[in-house]
Design a protein around this ligand. Structure first.
Ligand SMILES: [Zn+2]
Ligand SMILES: [Zn+2]
Length: 490
């Protein structure tokens, strides 16, 4: 029985406000799913129950449910026995969100290979430590499929071994990140200039031989050798791409959404349409401010109903890809994408995957230690920006606004920005968000509130080592700092 009065949005509840309240409400629903241990198949309650619990209008709840559905955290089931049912997300939306954002900010193949060099050898080492009979069979199948694709026109597009090693590492963060990095590198390899058949076969032979060396080491439980072999292989891939690409630092571009990502078995029509509009925006070079067409134009172009278009537009607005402008001269306008929606999607997917403290520690260490080394080198080369920006970020640890829960993160995000690699910045932001959401799901305050002075002191010590050009000590202090954060993850 409904106790709350069925209220349509009040006059003051504008579209923008509904959107903001809906995003907050979606986060509350998602935090509750996390707190309950992600019980797939269980009901979170009927629409009436949810409105009673959350204290929001019907318009806000419906919008929040759309976001929760978009994240694949839960789905509304209509009819008797219905309600908001917890679901099992797949990697599709998370991967897509990450690829779209990285393409927009202009990621180069150098950025991708740098990130791969930080993460993939670790995955190979972990895979060797925990290899099973089943894993051995999976590795051998991956190697054989390379021989089957011998005449494929691109060397590194059929490179299934890398994601397989990510999967066998048993670390869901590594698995997802390596998957994204391999996909993006493959898209880049497609853009290289025409290569002769003989050259192609020689490259495939080299690649296959190097893969086999990695696999042999993993099967022999030799983690150290697996790491070395994979690292050498990535150097060889980097050398090959360097030789064959069109020009240095070329940006990745082209179709943003691969069909299998956009049209997974559970993708709703609105999601598919949103992905298509995305592609059209990217194909036109992502011109912020450009009008893609009026609502009438779009209905005709995509041959869909008004309801589907409006839902697709809400998704595009949520990812700040495009915005519907009303009135004369209005229409769907291209906007500048914001990473936050992608970060949220990724963090939720990883939370569902049951990421452990150790999984996070391993990936965060690899990324942050790689960043510290790069920033130390940048400062040593005489870049004055490093000292200025980091000193400000250190002060922010204690002097930032009292109600800013992320003020202690600024030091880390500034370091990542100074490393000048958008892939590393995004990965670090995802890990930080995961940490924050997990803590709020457990109703635990994050460190920094209680220990801000101490954290500031540690940040200062890391900065001192960077400014002295002592990469070893800077990395050591960062590692100790990160180890101290881990007890907060439960
Ligand atoms: Zn490879
Ligand atoms: Zn810190």
């Amino acid at each position: 029985m409904a106790t709350a009065v069925d209220r349509e949005p009040a006059d003051g509840e504008s579209g923008a406000l509904v959107g903001k309240l809906a995003a907050q409400t979606a986060q509350r629903i998602e935090a509750s799913v996390i707190r309950q241990g992600w019980p797939v198949g269980e009901s979170l309650g009927s629409e009436t129950d949810l409105r009673d619990w959350l204290g929001v209008s019907r318009a806000v709840l419906r919008e929040a449910v759309r976001l929760v559905e978009h994240h694949q955290v839960a789905r509304m089931r209509r009819g008797p026995g219905g309600g908001l049912i917890v679901s099992a997300p797949d990697a599709g939306p998370a991967t897509r969100a990450m690829v779209i954002y990285l393409e927009y900010v202009g990621t180069s193949v150098t950025d991708l290979l740098q990130a791969r060099q930080l993460l993939e050898p670790i995955a190979a080492g972990l895979a060797a430590d925990r290899i099973t009979e089943e894993g051995i069979a999976t590795l051998r199948t991956a190697l054989e499929s390379e021989l089957a694709h011998w005449d494929d026109p691109s060397v590194h597009s059929q490179d299934p071994l890398h994601p397989v090693l990510g999967q066998l590492s048993g670390n869901p963060v590594l698995h997802l990140f390596i998957d994204v990095l391999t996909r993006l590198t493959a898209r880049y390899a497609h853009l290289s200039r025409r290569i002769s058949k003989a050259e192609m076969h020689a490259a495939k032979e080299t690649s296959h031989r190097e893969h086999k060396a990695v696999v042999d080491a993993v099967i022999a439980d030799d983690g150290a050798r697996a790491q070395t072999e994979l690292s050498l292989h990535l150097e060889s891939v980097a050398g090959w791409i360097e030789k064959h690409r069109v020009r240095r630092g070329q940006r990745i571009s082209g179709n943003v959404v691969e069909p299998e990502l956009a049209e997974g078995p559970r993708a709703k029509l609105a999601e598919v349409v949103a992905a298509r509009i995305h592609d059209d925006i990217a194909a036109r070079g992502w011109q912020t401010g450009m009008v893609l067409g009026s609502e009438t134009d779009l209905l005709a172009r995509y041959e869909i109903s008004r309801a589907v278009l409006r839902e697709a537009v809400r998704l595009l607005e949520y990812h700040s890809v495009a915005r519907m402008r009303r009135g004369p001269g209005g229409g769907l306008v291209v906007t500048e994408p914001e990473p936050q929606a992608s970060i949220d999607t990724m963090a939720l997917f990883l939370e569902y995957q049951g990421v452990t403290a150790d999984d996070l520690r391993i990936v965060r260490n690899a990324i942050e230690l790689g960043i510290v080394a790069r920033v130390t080198a940048r400062h040593a080369q005489g870049d004055t920006e490093v000292a200025e920006r980091l000193a400000k970020a250190v002060r922010w640890t204690t002097e930032g606004p009292a109600d800013d829960p992320r003020k202690a993160d600024l030091f880390h995000s500034e370091l990542a920005a100074l490393a000048d690699n958008p892939v590393l910045s995004l990965f670090l932001a995802i890990i930080t968000e995961l940490f924050r959401r997990h803590a709020s799901g457990q109703d635990r305050p994050l460190p920094g509130d209680a220990a801000a002075d101490e954290v500031r002191h540690v940040h200062q010590r890391i900065l001192d080592a960077i400014l002295q050009g002592d990469a070893g000590v800077a990395r050591h202090r960062m590692r100790r700092h990160l180890d101290a954060l881990i007890p907060w993850w439960h």
